[in-house]
Ligand binder design. Sequence first.
Ligand SMILES: *Cc1c(COP(=O)(O)O)cnc(C)c1O
Ligand SMILES: [Zn+2]
Length: 417
Amino acid sequence: MKKVKHLQCIRCGKTYPADPGTYTCTECGAKAGILDVVYDYDYIAKNYSKEYFANNKEYSIWRYEPFLPTDPAGPKPKLRVGWSPLYKTDRLAEIIGLETLYMKDDGQNPTASLKDRASAVAVAKAAEEKAPLIACSSTGNAASSLAGNAASLGIKTCIFVPGRAPAGKVAQLRIFGANVISVQGSYSDAFKLSAAAIEKYGWYNRNAAINPYLVEGKKTVTIEVCEQLNWEVPDWVVFSVGDGCTIAGAWKGFVDLYKAGFINKLPKVAGVQAEGCAPITKAFHSNQPLEPAEENTLADSIAVGVPRNGEKALRAVRQSGGTYINVSDEEILAAMRLLGNTSGIFGEPAGVAGLAGLKKLVAEGIIDKKETVVCAVTGNGLKDVNNAIKAAGEPIKVSPDVNELWDVLENIPGLLS
Ligand SMILES: *Cc1c(COP(=O)(O)O)cnc(C)c1O
Ligand SMILES: [Zn+2]
């Protein structure tokens, strides 16, 4: 493939040909030797232009194939992944104290999270390699997106989830025909078991960080944002962070566009973690190596005590001049109500953690009200109905009796005024 130059270790810089089966740097080992996909940016700049994209009728991540590590003629999952809406949310902006805020609703992907972007590319690569089975461990969304995208091509999956994964996500897996192993332990336990099985049986590995192509899929979210903003770059982008693969991908999208000459500046990137599980925020502000943390938050998708892509996540935010911040579970539930009430967008807890963090960053003056911000909603609220009810409460119950109804309606604050 002319567009891909090679894979490069983010630790030691050693390069490897982008061949099937190459996952991590052999010098640095599987934990530290995470690889980046390096493109031939001159080739991309010479062969593709903004007009090329303006005329492209493929409304999915595959419109960005010039920036993806896949064979244009190769098999692709049949689901429409990407090209999610970017809403200008003026009422929400005003409430949190910004002039210009866009929400990128990635809960509108086919399996209802941003993870579809990574899984679509992983499944395309696995199909290019004719892999019969793909395996991964996941807090939930990586699993359901893998299962859905693989099902669309008839590829088998074996998926390891922690026991706490919400029922909606596990139900998706079963409907998509995945072999699901529910590990009665933490996400880290699920990760370890999956790694052992992958090694023993030689399965295709969709685990975060180990597979360098996941970040490539995820970067389409910010490439898309740039195109949707007519190639204007926002001042800040805000993402929730668990393993760190999403925020690393978000940054890589901008960097790739910049290197190929499509944009002329880079944004600051803010990462948001849950207070009860924030190893990356801690490492960022203390300048110390990552340390394992407890997984103590209701935002299950970002409850990652041992982040697999922490290095890339730290590097992305440092290079951008951005920052990390934590939010409490109460702040996450409040953000879920605020987003839904003002914008009609329904996010799961991890899906709205970015917004909860943004609100604090504006309140603390780290983001100025004149700066343009794009904040991602990374997963749909219907995946985790129990926490949505926790955030918004139960409805008012009435007997089938009009007099009782009048009484109830006249006591709802603001309804009749
Ligand atoms: C996975 C996920 C994240 C975080 O992505 P990482 O790559 O793990 O940092 C955020 N929100 C949702 C809804 C997710 O599923
Ligand atoms: Zn290395």
